[in-house]
Design a protein around this ligand. Sequence first.
Ligand code: SF4
Length: 347
Amino acid sequence: MQNWKKILKNSITDSATLAKYLKIDKKEINKVISKYPLRINSYYLSLIKRKKDPIWKQCVPSIQEVRLGLGKRDPLLEEKYSPIEGLIHRYKDRVLLYVSNMCAGYCRFCTRKRQVGTEEKVLKAKDVQKAFRYIASNKKIRDVIISGGDPFVLGDKEIEYYLKNLRKIKHVEIIRVDSRIPATLPQRITPELCKMLKKYSPLYFNTHFNHFQELTKESRRACDMLADSGIIMGNQSVLLAGINDDPKALKKLFEGLLTMRVRPYYMYIPDAVKGTYHFRVSIAKALKIMRELIGHTSGLAIPHLIIDLKHGGGKTPLLPKYIMKRKGRRYVFKNFENKLFYYADVK
Ligand code: SF4
């Protein structure tokens, strides 16, 4: 058995085992995991440095998940925009394929908390065929995202099956994969996997690091191997209260990612998902954080701040306010150092 499969197989999924490694309240954990499953693999567990640090909070269940009761199961109405099993079609030219509901670890803040890990399953063969037919018959679809759960918990052959069939559809120009594996189980990125992925270039890989403690020798090695295989790497993080809602921590994360050839792409305001409400950060705070990042590090290290509007309103960028006043073609700007500058626009 490959090393990553062993690590995954031996993941912690119950409170008694977790209590051997961390000081936890088993009763509380049991209450939470009867609703939202637990999985922490030994690699990710090894990143915890102290109680309630940013890694702990991302993977160890908290009683707040079941206590608060705020939020919705599916605030983005993904189920409404799912014309067939396993496929979300929200934007005309893009679809998302939900290939598996398993992950290398179950993040406590997950937007798809209603689905991940509950009853572990992959998309059935007949539904996969239906999805390919749907994409092939809809010529407007030029971009397909293979997502989940985490598609990289599947074997190389299963991943290749998706890639091969999607590449046969002429109007599909872009294939993206969304996977948190480089952060949660970097051992999954093997030379064999990279060799296979390379055949399907150009391939966009959006990974998901949230904190600089996740940037390790192993995750660096995984991202290096992917980048060396010609894969274009981006990162989507989520702004999470008590984990990374701090400009200094984010700067360290984003600058670190760039050195791993991973471009910070999106940073999401957390969705109002039931069971994750305690991670929410206000828009005002998120904009303040962006103000402390923009101009204080390279533009390459700045992701787009995104809010995914409820009821399927879509991904919408947010930017701090830089234009303070406008009179005709005369503008007053506040720059990154909060100094005022006048600008006369073209006639
Ligand atoms: S890896 Fe992604 S899909 Fe899986 S639990 Fe974490 S955030 Fe959710």
